[in-house]
Design a protein around this ligand. Structure first.
Ligand SMILES: Nc1ncnc2c1ncn2[C@@H]1O[C@H](COP(=O)(O)OP(=O)(O)OP(=O)(O)O)[C@@H](O)[C@H]1O
Ligand SMILES: [Mg+2]
Length: 309
């Protein structure tokens, strides 16, 4: 089993209208509601690999019930701590004609300190049941910025592999606890090192810097250009196969799932990196975050090129 932390859970609602206009009433052509958050995407991807993901975090109210039920209907197990307040809803309005997306993301309610402690205690109690923990996405209001760090420490003590994919201070503080892997994208890696967002910089150097500074393996993802990995001073350049991408939303989450799956399969470091890039690339062939076809993954993993620098 793999524990997938999805702390900032939400109903992800996509409302499709033929033409979106401000100040007008719209009657949607369709409404799609899913359990949202990066941890849910990772869990979906791990399920495609026939692993057993368990999603955890905080949920509450009717929205919380919906999120849990939706995941169960997808065949994904959950182990949430329940709160007294309603989980948030994130709404995206898709204009089919203009192909625009207007997004309204609720912040979510403040998680009370006792609920933060309840989840931490729960993770400490159950960590032994898991082979790996994925820690993805932002933290909801009220959650201490070092929450990921504390989970990584708990997992490290229990010899459970940790895979961290976050941003800003949650990533910085989490990285200090030396996760097995950190997976920043280009912007997240720059922010982690305090480098100007627009500056052109050698990504291999950045990966090495993060790996040595934080004593973690690094997979720095670079969208269509693939990824660069560092294990201390050692650098691997991984090229994505060229595909006709339909949607790259959630590619990073599929990449994290591919990486986790690869290591749990007992693959070599380089092979696990190939799995990560193949899963991220396979996700671009399907509309839907965290979704990919296992056949696409199998085909693409033979096309990923990796070289040691
Ligand atoms: N257009 C593309 N063509 C081929 N591979 C892609 C493409 N976009 C993404 N990928 C693959 O997916 C991996 C992860 O993508 P990316 O770097 O965009 O992650 P991300 O920014 O964390 O995404 P997200 O947070 O939305 O899930 C890339 O390293 C690459 O292997
Ligand atoms: Mg990402």
């Amino acid at each position: 089993m793999i524990l997938c932390l999805n702390l900032n859970a939400a109903i992800d609602k996509t409302i499709v209208v033929s033409s979106f206009e401000i100040d007008k009433i719209h009657r949607p052509e369709s409404v799609i509601a899913l359990a949202g958050g990066k941890g849910c995407n990772v869990a979906r991807a791990l399920k495609t690999f026939r692993e057993i993901p368990v999603v955890s975090g905080w949920v509450g109210g009717f929205a919380g019930q919906f999120i849990e039920t939706e995941l169960h209907q997808e065949g994904i197990q959950t182990d949430f701590v329940h709160t007294d307040f309603e989980s948030r809803t994130c709404t995206s309005i898709l204009d089919r004609k203009k192909q625009t997306m207007t997004e309204i993301y609720e912040m979510g309610e403040l998680v009370p300190a006792e609920k933060v402690e309840e989840l931490r205690t729960r993770i400490r109690a159950i960590i032994g049941n898991y082979r790996a923990v994925t820690l993805s996405g932002s933290l909801p209001p009220g959650v201490p910025i070092d929450f990921y760090a504390s989970v990584i420490e708990i997992a490290n003590e229990a010899n459970v592999l940790t895979f961290l994919d976050s941003s800003g201070d949650a990533l910085r503080k989490g990285a200090v606890a030396a996760p097995f892997f950190a997976k920043p994208n280009e912007a997240e890696a720059k922010s982690l090192l305090g480098v100007e967002p627009k500056s052109s910089i050698d990504f291999a150097q950045m990966a090495v810097e993060i790996s040595t500074r934080y004593k973690t393996n690094v997979l720095l993802s670079m969208g269509v250009r693939g990824a660069i990995a560092a294990r201390g001073q050692e650098v691997f350049v991984i090229k994505s196969p060229t595909v006709e991408a339909k949607s790259a939303v959630g590619s990073g989450d599929c990449m994290l799932a591919g990486l986790t799956y690869g290591f749990l399969q007992g693959l070599s470091f380089q092979q696990a990196l190939i799995y990560a890039v193949a899963a991220g690339t396979a996700n671009t062939l399907m509309i839907g975050a965290g979704q990919f076809k296992i056949d696409d993954f199998e085909r693409l993993r033979g096309q990923v090129r990796i070289l040691r620098r």
